[in-house]
Design a protein around this ligand. Structure first.
Ligand SMILES: Cc1cc2nc3c(=O)[nH]c(=O)nc-3n(C[C@H](O)[C@H](O)[C@H](O)COP(=O)(O)O)c2cc1C
Length: 316
């Protein structure tokens, strides 16, 4: 099974709804985190975005980031009530603002806090719980204290990104530590990190025979055809792929235009999308630079149309 990783700012409901219209092979997505705060009203925008009738694309599991069991439970149970049988707890987010508050990856070096969080939440939770984590905040072996804690509780699965929080998104993934996690864990484990080609996945499959769930983030955003290639071993000609990318882009643009008011909002949103989508093109860096210079939607549309038509010409 292939999971689309949560990427805050990109894999929102509109992206997840449109993705399977154009690309095959992704089975499940984890939504970018929402923070649990005390007074989250049902009409809250973040919750509204997760309403099942507005999430008709890739089947999605919502994600919550919290270090407070009561707030987490309240929000998770609200999500259950609107239709989600599973929620995911984020204890991997490495951003300093988050870590400083002891949330996200800031939890990883405190197995006692993780344990008391689970002791309080598990009996009160209506949905099943899955956890997305890194292997540590500072040291890659911090996770070895956590797995025995997880083993004591009924969990749907662990999604492990084998980097430390301090590594952010760079540097090597620690496959040896990942292997130790699988050996120690009683729970189903999903691998996540740096899968950007069939070869990379094949290498992982060969090494981790017991794993059959793979989460892909940046690799899929940069090449949305990757899951189809992995699953069905099929690949479309380059010119056809460019046309599909353009249609996907144009529909994203149209849908974001409907909800984002003001010319800067829509161009900023699209610039975020291009951070990773640009990797689809051989000259992605140059394209991103050009797009980042646009400030008005007409100018943006001109540049993007040119990017696609030039790519088609070079594919011919
Ligand atoms: C810009 C950005 C935003 C992210 N937002 C989230 C998030 O909301 N929740 C989460 O669990 N992980 C988040 N991640 C981490 C990814 O889900 C994933 O674990 C990471 O990118 C490694 O996988 P990849 O190499 O396949 O991209 C984010 C990563 C990036 C680069």
């Amino acid at each position: 099974m292939i999971y689309l990783a949560p990427i805050q700012g990109t894999t929102d409901r509109i992206y997840r709804n449109l993705f399977p219209v154009y690309f095959k092979g992704v089975d499940l997505a984890i939504a970018p985190f929402i923070s649990s705060v005390k007074k989250m009203k049902p009409e809250n925008n973040l919750l509204r975005d997760l309403q099942p009738d507005k999430n008709t694309g890739i089947p999605t599991i919502p994600q919550i980031m919290s270090s407070t069991p009561d707030d987490f439970t309240k929000l998770a149970n609200t999500l259950y009530d609107i239709g989600y049988g599973t929620v995911n707890w984020n204890i991997g987010c490495p951003f300093p603002m988050v870590v400083k508050k002891g949330r996200g990856a800031g939890m990883l070096c405190y197995p006692d806090r993780v344990e008391s969080f689970l002791i309080k939440t598990i009996p009160a939770l209506k949905p099943k719980l899955s956890i997305k984590l890194r292997i540590g905040l500072t040291y890659p072996d911090e996770v070895l204290q956590l797995i025995p804690v997880f083993n004591q509780y009924p969990l749907k699965e662990l999604i492990i990104h084998p980097r430390t929080g301090e590594q952010m998104y760079e540097g090597q993934v620690d496959l040896d530590m990942f292997e130790q996690c699988i050996k120690l864990s009683n729970h189903r484990v999903v691998y996540n990190g740096d899968i950007d080609s069939v070869q990379k996945l094949e290498m992982l499959v060969k090494r981790f025979g017991s794993i059959d769930r793979w989460m892909i983030g940046r690799g899929l955003l940069g090449n949305p055809f990757l899951a189809e290639k992995i699953k069905f071993n099929t690949e479309k000609p380059y010119d056809e792929k460019i046309k599909i990318m353009k249609a996907f882009h144009d529909q994203l643009f149209a849908e974001y235009s409907q909800i984002l008011s003001g010319p800067a909002h829509i161009t900023n949103k699209m610039k975020e999308i291009w951070t990773y989508m640009g990797n689809f093109f051989a000259n992605g860096e140059k394209i991103r630079k050009k797009i980042n210079k646009t400030h008005h939607r007409d100018n943006y549309v001109d540049i993007v149309n040119k990017v696609f038509s030039e790519s088609l010409i070079s594919a011919a």
